[in-house]
Write a protein that binds this ligand. Structure first.
Ligand SMILES: [Zn+2]
Length: 296
C-alpha cells in the first residue's frame, strides 16, 4: 500500500512544524531584551546587597542569573549562591509595581542559606519554606517595607511562586506577616526588661506529632484536624488537614497541598506513587488531648 502524495506532503509539513516548535520557543526566550537582563541583574544584586546589610553580616553570596523557574539558593564548591531568572525578576517588578517584590523573593532565598537549609540540598520541607518566608517578612520590616509591600510578590504572582514543594499561599502569607509583625514588636524593645518577652496567647490542643524523612521540622495536628507548623515565636500556621480514610489500609489521611499521605494504625505515614506502589515517608505519634499553653 502506498501513501497518496498529498498525505506525504501533509506529513512533511507536520514534521517540519514539530521540528520547528522547540526552536521557535528558544528564539522567543532569547529575545528577552538585553536591557531588561541588565535591569534584572541590577535589581537582584542591589536587593541581595541591601538585605545582607540589614542582617549585619558581610555580603558573601554570589548572585547569578540562571535558567531557573524563579529564584533558588544552593551551595557549590563551598560558596553560597543565589540564582535568579532575570525575566522573572523583571516581570515581578512590572506586575507588582514595586522593587519590594523582588526583594522579598531574594530574602526568602537568603533565609534558606542563613537557616542552614541549603546544607541539606535534597530535603523537601514545608517547615523550611515557611521559615524562609518568616525571615523575608522579618527582614523586609527592618528594611522599611509596609506589610502590603512585604507580601507584594505573593499577591502579584502567588500561583507561580507556589510549587509542589511550597506550602499553600494562605500559609505562606501568614508566615510572611508573622515575620513582619515579630520584627515590628521587637523594634525598639530591649532584649532584657519587663516587657522583653512578647508572648503568644494562643492555646492549642495538640493531638498528634508528625515527622517526615529528610525533614527536620515537626508538624502537629490539633483537635480541629488542622495540620500545624510552629514558627520560632511559637505561632501556629495551618498547612493542611487530617481527613478520614476511604481505604481500609489507612486509619486516616494526611492532606498537605497537593499531597495525600495515608497513615496506618501503627502511625506510619505512607506515600503512594503514581504507579500504585507505597513506601513509608514518616511517623505519627499520638500526643493525646493535652492542652499546650505556650505562656508556660
Ligand atoms: Zn524556598
Amino acid at each position: 500500500m502506498t501513501m497518496p502524495s498529498s498525505r506525504i506532503a501533509a506529513l512533511i509539513v507536520l514534521v517540519v512544524l514539530f521540528w520547528k516548535l522547540p526552536h521557535a520557543q528558544a528564539q522567543q526566550d532569547s529575545v528577552f531584551p538585553q536591557v531588561y537582563m541588565f535591569e534584572a541583574d541590577r535589581i537582584a544584586k542591589q536587593a541581595v546587597g541591601k538585605i545582607v546589610r540589614y542582617t549585619g553580616l558581610m555580603p558573601n553570596f554570589t548572585v547569578i542569573s540562571r535558567d531557573v523557574k524563579t529564584a533558588t539558593a544552593y551551595i557549590k564548591g563551598g560558596n553560597r549562591y543565589i540564582a535568579y531568572n532575570p525575566e522573572f525578576i523583571f516581570r515581578l517588578g512590572n506586575q507588582s509595581q514595586t522593587d519590594w517584590a523582588a526583594v522579598s523573593v531574594l530574602a526568602h532565598e537568603i533565609g534558606h542559606h542563613l537557616a542552614g537549609h541549603t546544607l541539606r540540598p535534597r530535603s523537601t520541607s514545608p517547615g523550611d519554606e515557611l521559615a524562609a518566608d518568616h525571615f523575608s517578612g522579618f527582614i523586609l520590616y527592618q528594611m522599611g517595607a509596609s506589610l502590603v509591600e512585604t507580601q507584594a510578590a505573593l499577591t502579584a504572582i502567588g500561583g507561580e511562586l507556589d510549587t509542589l514543594r511550597h506550602p499553600p499561599p494562605t500559609a505562606r502569607l501568614s508566615a510572611i506577616s508573622n515575620g513582619w509583625r515579630e520584627a515590628q514588636t521587637l523594634d525598639n524593645l530591649p532584649a532584657y526588661g519587663p516587657d522583653s518577652d512578647p508572648v503568644d496567647k494562643d492555646t492549642v490542643t495538640v493531638v498528634y506529632q508528625c515527622q517526615f524523612r529528610n525533614d527536620e521540622n515537626l508538624y502537629f495536628i490539633n483537635d480541629k484536624d488542622e495540620i500545624l507548623w510552629y514558627d520560632n515565636s511559637g505561632k501556629a500556621i495551618v498547612i493542611g488537614t487530617k481527613q478520614p480514610s476511604k481505604s481500609r489500609s489507612y486509619a486516616w489521611m494526611y492532606h498537605y497541598n497537593y499531597f495525600v499521605f495515608g497513615v496506618d494504625g501503627n502511625g506510619t505515614i505512607w506515600e503512594q506513587t503514581t504507579f500504585g506502589s507505597v513506601h513509608p515517608v514518616g511517623k505519627v505519634t499520638l500526643i493525646g488531648s493535652e492542652v499546650v499553653d505556650k505562656n508556660q
